[in-house]
Design a protein around this ligand. Structure first.
Ligand SMILES: [Zn+2]
Length: 372
């Protein structure tokens, strides 16, 4: 496989987790249910897919071969033993509507890019109808060879609302049909019911190593300077590193500067358009909203490091003048407080709060914390 783009099949991150998983197969000790948890962008979903392919691969090796009939079907995520469950917008019939079409499109992208996040708009729960259908499928279609793998992404969303989906799945987690393994994947382990946790073997993923992030970006055709730059900011989050690479270095530097000017200058016209634009962005593209605020938060962290004398010169390459200027102008800035304000603003859209008000408070709160 010369020059082939990395997919989950040949993905080479989280080596220590992978060696544990591959031993499970060679020792024939694959459990009924696993929980993969850890920080976002650490490769949990991708490794779960790789494991699913590996368990069903017919060639004996330390990973999925990628070439046997089973692996070939896995590569397009179209394998009869793979059942993928993700949050959906609402209780939908399970075929023939726009949400399902969007899901099928997203699965195609996921097959090519293992770090792509399947994120249907307004998907806030894993509907109980999907769990009921899963039960029927599992018990009525028994299998003779291989192993069925049920992947539940964003599994904490089983527990939204009255947690009826979580309760519905408890029984099958405990006594799944033969040759079936569940892998629940989440960034938010603490949001899962204890009754779910106690039925799963938990694997906690660490943050990705910087070298692994850079290597993956390079293998995806991203230039070296940009891969290094993105890995510096992403702090082990591959999804963020990919988003940063898509943006490009100059655009990132420019965006950070705009946001820095926004919070440090009392410019009413800029504030008004920020309020309008970002209220809209929070509504229609939450990820973009979060990404922008993350960049501001990251930049302020670098300013703090510079203030307390932590040498970070590789990382802040291209930003040091602005950082020095910020610290000279605001020697009494309360970084903790500003950081809290940004954190609260980032999660506000998920709580369906009224964004124009939140963003006004964001600007005023930061102004007050700059210690002018
Ligand atoms: Zn294979």
């Amino acid at each position: 496989m010369v020059d082939e783009k990395m997919t989950f099949i040949n993905l080479n991150v989280q080596q220590s987790i992978w060696s544990k998983l591959s031993q499970l197969k060679s020792n024939h000790r694959i459990a009924n249910a696993y929980l993969f948890s850890g920080p976002r962008g650490s490769g949990k979903e991708a490794i779960a897919l790789k494991f699913a392919a590996y368990v069903n691969c017919t060639v004996i090796d330390e990973g999925p071969c990628g070439e046997c009939a089973s692996c070939r079907r896995f590569r397009s995520l179209q394998h009869e033993h793979l059942i993928l469950i993700v949050p959906m917008p609402r209780e939908v019939k399970l075929s023939g509507n726009a949400d399902v079409a969007a899901l099928l499109d997203a699965i195609k992208i996921k097959a090519k890019n293992p770090f792509y996040k399947i994120n249907l708009s307004k998907a806030k729960t894993i509907p109980i109808s999907h769990i009921r259908k899963l039960k029927r499928d599992l018990y009525f279609k028994l299998i003779e060879t291989g192993r069925k793998i049920v992947l539940i992404y964003d599994a904490h969303m089983l527990c939204t609302g009255d947690a009826s989906s979580a309760n519905a799945i408890l029984k099958i987690l405990e006594e799944p049909p033969n040759n079936t393994t569940f892998i629940l994947v989440t960034d938010h382990k603490a949001d899962l019911l204890p009754t779910i946790l106690s039925r799963c073997q938990c694997l906690d993923f660490p943050t990705l190593k910087r070298n692994d992030v850079v290597a993956y970006l390079l293998s995806s055709g991203i230039e070296d300077y940009l891969a290094q730059f993105a890995a510096n900011i992403a702090e082990g989050d591959m999804r963020r590193a990919l988003a940063l690479s898509d943006f490009g270095k100059n655009d990132i530097l420019e965006l950070v500067k705009t946001l820095k000017n926004l919070i440090t200058e009392e410019h009413i016209e800029n504030w008004r358009s920020f309020n309008q634009n970002y209220s809209r962005m929070a509504k229609i593209n939450f990820h973009e909203f979060e990404f922008h605020l993350f960049l501001l938060q990251w930049w302020l962290k670098q300013a703090y490091f510079q203030r307390v004398g932590i040498n970070n010169s590789d990382v802040i390459n291209g930003m040091s003048t602005d950082l020095r200027e910020f610290n000279a102008n605001f020697p009494n800035a309360d970084f903790d407080k500003i950081n809290n304000i940004i954190e609260e603003t980032i999660i506000a859209p998920r709580k369906n709060l009224y964004m124009p008000l939140i963003l006004t408070n964001f600007l005023i709160g930061i102004q007050q914390s700059l210690g002018k």
